[in-house]
Design a binder for this molecule. Structure first.
Ligand code: PBG
Length: 332
């Protein structure tokens, strides 16, 4: 059989024929400057491993400083703090969330003393502090109270701002909280503190390992009356318009990998920077397969983050942030 010649004017492979050409035409890049490292912290001694997130721990305050030191050393300059609060300090309205001597304010102070230019992102929601394990206040009949919750979230945000947080990130999904927090911050002279809104946060099973890490699973019911239905995308555009109008500085989509279409939608419907959160369950999947030798960890992690950036995210929150920084720095 003679070889048929294809007379093709267009041969896209020509732009892939050498590393130099591939490097020259690459459309998406990412480095440690785009990454945020989420960290779990508790008020005791020692590091407590998280079973479903090998490689991640609930850090002591000292352990957290050591983690940040490593991450900062490889160019990761943004961290997000998540506290594991003693059960004895939890109550139905989450009063510990605005205790100026609480765990988060103390951690912020220590981080700021050591790395003044580190961007510290703090989570605003009641679940780590609530005896009910919900992001909002639970009424006797089980409903999650919106406006009453927003009042407490404002106190929490102010407490974090007083301690030196750079970016306040409400993850609770109550209506109107971005505007209320913006007003509360401005009233108290914190007009330079940013708001990163969890705009499209879905009611996702991928948060399972995180709830194990913080022991923060809801005691009853689920989060479907405030977090979004995974089936919805148009609704994310509506949430984005509201958060933008209420004064958000950045919009977030969460989880990231299964919701790349939503990342792209928000990219197209807003001029604000977009963040995406590669959540605990996404980390657990990648890590589990890597530990079994089923996937090449470095390559799949890099590809998953590149995909999130390609979809339109400027900033990516990932438990792999430090590790990626080390890979890129050639340290691991
Ligand atoms: C709670 C909160 C959650 C996460 C971040 N903030 C869990 C939840 O909504 O139940 C999940 C992060 C992750 O899974 O990595 N306000």
């Amino acid at each position: 059989m003679t070889q048929r010649r294809l007379f093709l004017r267009e041969r896209p492979r020509r732009n892939r024929k050498s590393a130099a050409i591939r490097d020259a035409v690459r459309e998406t890049a990412f480095g440690p400057e785009h990454l945020v490292l989420p960290l779990f912290v508790h008020d005791g001694d020692g590091e407590i491993p998280i079973g479903s997130m090998p490689g991640c721990s609930r850090c002591s305050v000292a352990g957290l400083l050591a983690e940040v030191e490593r991450a900062h050393g490889v160019g990761v300059r943004m961290v997000a703090l998540f506290p594991a609060i003693d059960d004895a300090l939890k109550d139905p309205t989450g009063t510990e969330s605005y205790n100026d001597d609480g765990l988060v304010p103390r951690v912020i102070e220590q981080l700021k003393n050591r790395w003044p230019e580190l961007m510290i992102i703090t989570d605003v929601a009641l679940d780590p502090y609530s005896s009910d394990g919900h992001d909002g206040i639970v009424a006797p009949d089980g409903r999650i109270l919106n406006d009453e919750t927003v009042e407490v979230l404002c106190r929490q945000a102010l407490c974090q701002a007083r301690a030196g947080a750079d970016v306040i990130a409400p993850s609770d999904m109550m209506d109107g909280r971005v505007g209320a927090i913006r007003e509360a911050l401005d009233d108290e002279g914190f007009s330079e503190v940013s708001i990163l809104a969890y705009t499209a946060k879905y009611a996702s099973a991928f948060y399972g390992p995180f709830r194990e890490a913080l022991d923060s699973a809801p005691k009853s019911g689920d989060k479907k009356t405030y977090q979004m239905d995974p089936a919805n995308a148009r609704e994310a555009i509506r949430e984005a318009a509201l958060d933008e109008a209420e004064g958000a500085d950045m919009l977030m989509v969460k989880p990231a990998g299964p919701y790349l279409d939503v990342v792209r939608l928000l990219r197209e419907h807003s001029t604000l920077p977009i963040a995406a959160y590669q959540v605990s369950g996404e980390y657990a999947m990648l890590k589990a397969a890597a530990l079994r030798g089923w996937l090449d960890e470095r390559r799949v992690v890099t590809e998953s983050l590149l995909g999130i950036r390609r979809a339109g995210a400027d900033v990516v929150l990932t438990y792999y942030a430090r590790q990626v920084g080390e890979w890129l720095a050639g340290e691991a």
